[in-house]
Design a protein around this ligand. Structure first.
Ligand code: ADP
Ligand code: MG
Length: 272
């Protein structure tokens, strides 16, 4: 379990550029859940997850992971974080060596590394033949997959993804999340998904933390969130298009997914 208690964070304290990014944040992440962190640009999402991953030192409040303080070196192997636009950090000559980079640093044997690279490639839907290709010859969506596979190869118990589909075309987006979430969930990992895509949150998250100006506005299920108009408007978020459509047609206030919407529409307008 991850437990975040009363965390506040200010950048460049004591300078004219001082900026409070987080104010008194508390929430838990339960084993095996997908917790989304949503909010407008600048609301503090990336700062929060970097603190949770131990990449920004705490100045106020506490974060524990499996009861260890986040500063404890033992948590490094437990938490994998995929930054926004992670493909910018690809640099090895082949896909295989890029994915193997972090497992190598953690001192795994060659056999273990090779097995984990293969599994990670399967998890993100990359064909094994791409192993020996240069990552720079791949499409944007494939590069993103390589970067994510590099983190999955560490088999993190907690996986943090910062806007994993930002900037991808719709098809790459759709499959990427389906694949990662299918595979990673099967392995029992716990996921924190930073996203301002409400459709992704509706489909994949068990719970959502909504941030606005560094503060928590809401913690609850996606369904609850999409029925709370005042929260959404304060956070600058909108329900998924399908939820808005059914609500406008007065068919349902909180249908979340296309599958659900289809059932509701067929019930109201049966096929002749
Ligand atoms: N390295 C930094 N130095 C100073 N201010 C920063 C830094 N990183 C982020 N901020 C500021 O902190 C606030 C929260 O940023 P961030 O956590 O990146 O939000 P989000 O990921 O939700 O867009 C913003 O006002 C941003 O400008
Ligand atoms: Mg961010």
């Amino acid at each position: 379990m991850i437990s975040v208690k009363n965390v506040s964070y200010t950048y460049m304290t004591g300078t004219p550029f001082e900026k409070t990014a987080l104010k008194n944040i508390s929430f838990d992440v339960a084993e095996g859940e997908v917790l989304a962190v949503a909010g407008h640009t600048g609301s503090g999402k990336s700062t929060l997850i970097q603190i949770v991953a131990g990449l920004i030192d705490l100045t106020q409040g506490s974060v524990t992971i499996d009861n260890l303080p986040v500063a404890d070196k033992k948590i490094r192997r437990l938490v994998g974080i995929v930054f926004q636009y992670p493909e910018h950090q690809l640099f090895e000559e082949t896909v295989e060596s890029d994915i193997a980079f972090a497992p190598k640093n953690f001192g795994l044997s060659d056999a273990e590394i090779s097995a984990q690279v293969e599994e990670a490639m399967r998890q993100v839907g990359l064909p094994a033949e791409l192993k020996s290709v240069s990552p720079f010859e791949l499409s944007g969506g494939q590069k993103r997959r390589v970067a994510i596979a590099g983190i999955l190869a560490l088999k993190p118990k907690y996986l943090i993804l910062d806007e994993p589909t930002a900037g991808l075309d719709p098809l790459a987006k759709e499959n990427l999340l389906k694949e990662i979430f299918g595979a990673v969930k099967k392995s029992g990992a716990t996921i924190i998904l930073v996203s301002h895509n409400m459709e992704d949150i509706a489909r994949f998250a068990n719970r959502v933390v909504v941030l606005a100006q560094g503060q928590i506005l809401f913690v609850g299920t996606p369904r609850e969130l999409f029925s709370r108009e005042e929260i959404l408007s304060r956070a600058g978020l909108e329900p998924p298009p399908i939820t808005q459509l059914l609500s406008k047609l007065n068919l349902n206030q909180n249908a979340l997914t296309l599958d659900e919407a289809e059932k509701i529409i067929l019930k109201n307008f049966p096929r002749k």
